[in-house]
Design a binder for this molecule. Structure first.
Ligand SMILES: [Mg+2]
Length: 370
């Protein structure tokens, strides 16, 4: 199982409609697909989705890092020594979590396909064969637009993720109330603030957060003052999830030690790959802190990776953010995300259990676009 080549393909990917969160408006996505091939003709696939709000990596830097730093470390090595190889790659990929995540995923996929084992088996085995997912309603200045999208999604998902922080506090809470009024009490709602509230904002928002029936606030405060979160929330029935505060396995240990959140978001892209995400999840679980599998709304490869990760975690505090491909105008895998009863099946079959459409990758190659 000797690695023969490592390739990075930058994609031209677009969203069906503009997606707003935090201070970001996403209309296109600079994803990069990493393909690692062996001398036996087996290929493993990974996907980087470098969202500027989370990393300084760009589509161009990821391609260069894969070609100039990752490939020389991996070529000629035995792919079955997966974690030591990842460790060696990590030594030349400092502060490039999204690149590392794509390499980690491609190695897992490669080893899984070579051994005829699904990726979740390589992570320790699946606790479930389908994963509950939530919908997401991007921030919009016009609450009626948020209400329309929420109404449409409430038929598909039992839980919706909303966003706040971009607008004035009272107006943002009005938008969230409008969504609650539209979807009724049965739909679970939680809100990602992406670090944009101050401690004072949080204090002022909390009575209405409880009144609107928001189950969880994701990263309401900047990382620097996240330690205040539990005392400000007090005994209110509102979970606090750490997302931006958990960029490394060490960060997860710090959140657990400081008790600054009740849930940790273990999205594998921002954490530098599923191997690190699994470690972060185990640290949280061992300390009684909940975990949820987030994402940065990736295409089919990274989303499949998220489904295998979610399958391999014993308990999930919230539904997972694993319906990203539905927001894209292009698809790079043959399997589509099918949400049934609010759940998505964990792909079956060896590796990630997906068929990557390599012809489509070539067609979407950003280097060949006019
Ligand atoms: Mg978040």
């Amino acid at each position: 199982m000797k690695i023969q080549s490592v390739e990075a393909i930058p994609l031209t990917a677009t969203f069906k409609s503009t997606f707003r969160f935090g201070t970001t408006d996403r209309t296109t996505s600079p994803n990069v697909v990493v393909i690692i091939r062996t001398d036996e003709g087996v290929a493993g696939y990974g996907e980087a989705c470098p969202v500027p709000a989370f990393t300084g990596e760009s589509q161009k830097s990821i391609v260069e890092l894969v070609e100039q730093r990752v490939a020389p470390v991996l070529i000629g090595r035995d792919a079955s020594v997966r974690v030591p190889l990842l460790d060696a790659v990590g030594k030349v990929l400092k502060f490039a979590p999204f690149t590392l995540a794509a390499v980690d995923t491609a190695l897992l996929d490669l080893v899984g396909r070579s051994r005829n084992l699904p990726v979740h088996a390589l992570l320790g085995g699946a606790f479930r064969d389908r994963v509950e997912v939530h919908g997401s309603v991007g921030w919009n200045e016009d609450p009626a637009k948020m209400v329309d999208i929420a109404r449409e999604q409430a038929g598909t998902y039992g839980w919706l993720k909303l966003y706040a922080g971009r607008g004035e506090l009272g107006a943002d809470l009005d938008r969230l109330q409008a969504v609650r009024d539209a979807v009724g009490p049965e739909t679970g709602l939680f809100v990602d603030v992406n670090t944009m509230w101050s401690p004072s904002d949080l204090v002022r928002a909390l009575p209405r957060v409880e009144e609107i029936g928001l189950s969880m606030l994701e990263q309401p405060l900047p990382t620097a003052c996240a330690a205040l979160q539990p005392q400000l929330v007090g005994a209110r029935p509102v979970d606090i999830a750490a997302d931006e505060a958990v960029r490394t396995v060490g960060d997860a240990a710090a959140v657990v030690a400081n008790r600054s959140a009740t849930v940790i978001n273990v999205g594998h892209s921002k954490l530098g790959g599923p191997t690190a995400a699994l470690q972060a999840a185990h640290i949280a679980a061992a300390s009684g802190v909940g975990v949820m599998v987030g994402s940065v709304i990736e295409m089919g490869i990274a989303t499949a990776m998220g489904l295998h990760l979610a399958a391999a975690l014993p308990r999930l505090a919230y539904p997972s953010y694993l319906m990203g491909p539905l927001k894209y105008a292009q698809q790079i895998t043959d399997q589509q995300i099918d949400v049934v009863d609010g759940h998505v099946a964990v792909p079956a079959g060896p590796g990630l259990g997906i068929t990557v459409d390599e012809a489509e990758l070539r067609r979407l190659d950003a280097r060949t676009q006019p």
